[in-house]
Design a protein around this ligand. Structure first.
Ligand SMILES: [Zn+2]
Ligand SMILES: [Zn+2]
Length: 281
């Protein structure tokens, strides 16, 4: 059976392969399709789509939007969307402004503590990328201010830590509406990543559905076989389509391989695409 990977990041956000390299790798791996789903940006899609046409790889246009539920940042994937649609361009622009504002405040706080970091310096190391905390963490590690980017991500930037700064969150229904307005399907990404189980998970899935999400990401690099079975059953019970992907970021998350996840444990059957196509309507 053919496999797909419907959750992949490129240098347009915090991945380390360019859109073209990403699509070429999907082709080498023999994936039936790859969805390019950068954080809050569609900027990688023209290059990815062109590479797909040239290399004979099916590229599904996507995005990963940050939204809010129960006081936490949650991620909504938009798949099979029109990247030129005004609704999704506006949502991406709004999210990017929020990211930029937070980056500015994080960098200001670092600079106030004597670290000679500027937004321009971080951007120069990541040309064309929508910047986020991973890029700032990489700069800090690269310039010797922290032992590793992971240490900054885990001990400096999380909620409650010294350099945590919040950013405005998009309402769940606004994120889903932006995706649906672009003809896409809104997918609740990695629903187990937030620590919600049992009723809390059920509440989130139902809130997502009420907001306009029509699918959940049941196949995911970090899911155990039990997690996957539980989410497939939940999707079936709630009438949601299922999606799946690795959340590949290249060298930034080296354990995660495109198409096969961690230790080869991921297999996303190409048949999920039929369900996602139907869920658009
Ligand atoms: Zn995510
Ligand atoms: Zn992701």
């Amino acid at each position: 059976m053919e496999r797909v990977d419907l959750h992949v990041h490129t240098t347009a956000s915090d991945g380390t392969l360019t859109p073209r390299q990403t699509v070429a790798l999907a082709g080498e791996l023999g994936l039936a399709a790859v969805a390019v789903t950068d954080h809050d940006t569609l900027a990688g899609l023209p290059e990815a789509m062109a590479a797909g046409a040239e290399l004979g790889v099916r590229v599904i246009p996507g995005i990963e939007l940050a939204a809010e539920h129960a006081g936490r940042e949650v991620h909504i994937l938009g798949l099979l969307l029109d990247p030129k649609a005004p609704s999704i361009l506006e949502a991406a622009a709004w999210a990017a402004r929020g990211r930029d504002e937070r980056n500015r405040r994080v960098i200001e706080a670092l600079a106030a503590d004597g670290i000679p970091i500027t937004a321009e310096a971080v951007q120069a190391e990541n040309p064309g990328a929508v910047l986020g905390r991973p890029h700032i963490a990489a700069w800090l590690a690269g310039h010797g201010y922290v032992a590793s980017a992971k240490e900054a991500m885990d001990h400096w930037f999380r909620s409650g830590q010294r350099y945590y700064r919040p950013r405005p969150w998009m309402a769940l229904d606004r994120a889903a509406a932006a995706i649906r307005g672009a003809g896409g399907v809104a997918v609740m990404a990695h629903p187990l990543q937030y620590g919600w189980r049992g009723q809390a998970l059920e509440d989130y899935l139902r809130a997502g559905m009420a907001a306009g999400c029509r699918a959940l990401e049941a196949y995911y690099s970090e899911h155990s076989p039990q997690d996957q079975a539980m989410l497939l059953a939940a999707a079936d019970r709630l009438g949601l389509a299922v999606s799946g992907g690795s959340d590949f970021h290249g060298a930034r998350k080296p354990r995660i391989r495109m198409g096969t996840g961690v230790d080869g444990g991921l297999f996303v059957p190409a048949a999920v695409l039929e369900g996602l196509e139907k869920a658009k309507f």
